[in-house]
Design a protein around this ligand. Structure first.
Ligand SMILES: Cc1cc2nc3c(=O)[nH]c(=O)nc-3n(C[C@H](O)[C@H](O)[C@H](O)COP(=O)(O)OP(=O)(O)OC[C@H]3O[C@@H](n4cnc5c(N)ncnc54)[C@H](O)[C@@H]3O)c2cc1C
Length: 400
């Protein structure tokens, strides 16, 4: 009987563990280890500052999911991975493994820019804690409104959520009757609006170039934030943009545990994987989701990162799980699915409206890509959230 350990219990970790359990039955031991007790539907963090979601609305206790699926779940933090010894180490215990899936997601780098950080006046929405701080500041802001700056740091791999937050904020200002007092500026490292770290999609630039002026939102592309003070954001060009409320998407690197494990990760603590999601040096280790290295393909005036979306996280997890099953069954012909070529379907909220982005391949060359605006409702986004949380609650990892 082999022991497979999955570290991480969110999009990619939970999917991988459930798929292994489903495909292997009880012939092998599958253990999912996560430092968080809950699954978190990260995309809905954009709504937390505006009170449209509470954290409890977008989380599912992993214990319930694991019990239903007959999966062993341990809530603890892995502090080191000893690849040569096939051991994962937490504070009080070591676990031996035959196969390991690393699904540890990102480590957010909040202080990459002078003056920016968790103690700065700029808000973030990338974890429940930061989204709740953003909510507190938003509630203070609406009692005494002023200029707003929304955007992304140079190198950010998450420009999509910056647009979503921007449109939501603009709509809330209109709903509250304070829009005239709020000058909104969007700053982005993208070379053009709608690049999104993937070279753009058919229609993305055209639509956003129409939408931002229509909503009277100023924007600056190729924006490289140089410094942040308590009152303004200073760009490398010298331009200083005042703010009373600001939200910036920071960059991320790979998880701390990868950084702390000698010889395991890249310089940025991602897992160097081949197209089967196997570690390039340790074939019994797999890296999936954000943890997997996806070398940057773009040369842009200001650096921009490639997003690793929830769909790609799920697909990479399914591929890794399938490959472990094959290896355990003595089949060395593994499935290859490079992350850059995984199709992508994203629903971007645009403040009670939405944009569906669909492509057959995350990165170019592509056969097709398109953006479908829905100017009436954000129904698909809401339905997708409900669907995904339902899928998680029932452990239906087989579904897309
Ligand atoms: C604001 C925001 C909005 C987004 N919107 C979208 C969207 O609309 N559509 C989309 O497709 N994608 C979106 N994304 C991206 C999406 O959230 C990611 O693709 C997805 O979360 C990646 O899943 P993951 O499993 O790789 O990592 P994560 O979801 O980050 O999970 C990492 C897991 O590892 C665990 N972990 C980490 N370190 C350890 C350790 N040392 N020991 C034990 N456990 C550990 C964590 O507790 C967690 O369970 C958004 C991201 C953000 C920040």
């Amino acid at each position: 009987m082999a022991r497979i350990i999955v570290v991480g219990g969110n999009f990619s970790g939970l999917t991988a563990a459930l798929e292994l359990r489903r495909k292997l039955g009880h012939d092998h031991e599958v253990i999912m280890i996560s430092k968080s007790l809950d699954f978190l539907f990260v995309p809905s963090l954009i709504w937390v500052p505006f009170g449209k979601r509470e954290i409890k609305d977008i989380t599912v206790p992993l214990k319930i999911v694991a019990t239903k699926a007959g999966l062993k779940f341990i809530c603890t933090e892995i502090i080191e991975i000893l690849a040569k010894d096939k051991v994962v180490r937490c504070r009080d215990k070591d676990f031996k493994y035959d196969y390991l899936i690393i699904a540890t997601g990102p480590e957010w780098i909040f202080d990459q820019i002078a003056g920016l950080g968790l103690d700065s006046k700029v808000s973030f929405i990338v974890t429940p804690e930061t989204a709740l701080v953003a909510r507190k500041r938003w509630l203070e802001f609406i009692t005494d409104p002023g200029p707003v700056v929304i955007g992304a740091a140079p190198g950010s791999q998450c420009t999509g959520p910056a647009y979503e937050f921007l449109f939501n904020l603009e709509k809330r200002c209109r709903d509250l009757g304070i829009r005239k007092k709020v000058e909104i500026t969007f700053i982005t490292p993208e070379p053009f609006l709608g690049h999104l770290g993937i070279g753009g999609m058919t229609g993305s630039n055209f639509i956003l170039k129409k939408l931002l002026p229509m909503f009277k939102i100023n924007y600056i592309t190729n924006a490289e934030i140089h410094e942040v003070s308590s009152e303004s954001i200073i760009l490398k060009s010298g331009q200083s943009i005042p703010y009373k409320f600001s939200m910036i998407m920071p960059i991320f690197k790979g998880a701390k545990v990868v950084r702390d494990s000698t010889g395991l990760g890249t310089e940025d603590a991602f897992i160097p994987v081949n197209n089967t999601y196997q570690h390039k040096q340790y074939p019994n280790i797999f890296g999936v989701g954000i943890a997997a290295d996806l070398p940057i393909k773009f040369r842009t005036p200001v650096p921009i990162g490639v997003p690793k979306t929830g769909y790609a996280a799920d697909e990479s997890a399914k591929t890794a799980a399938e490959n472990i099953v094959r290896l355990l069954h003595g089949n060395n012909k593994l499935e290859a699915k490079p992350m850059g070529n995984i199709p992508d379907l994203c629903i971007m909220d645009a403040g009670d409206k939405e944009m569906l982005t669909i492509t057959d391949s995350l990165l170019k060359p592509r056969r097709f890509s398109m953006v479908l605006p829905n100017p009436f409702y954000d129904l698909s986004k809401l339905m997708f959230e409900k669907y995904y949380l339902w899928k998680v609650r029932h452990g239906y990892s087989r579904l897309p």
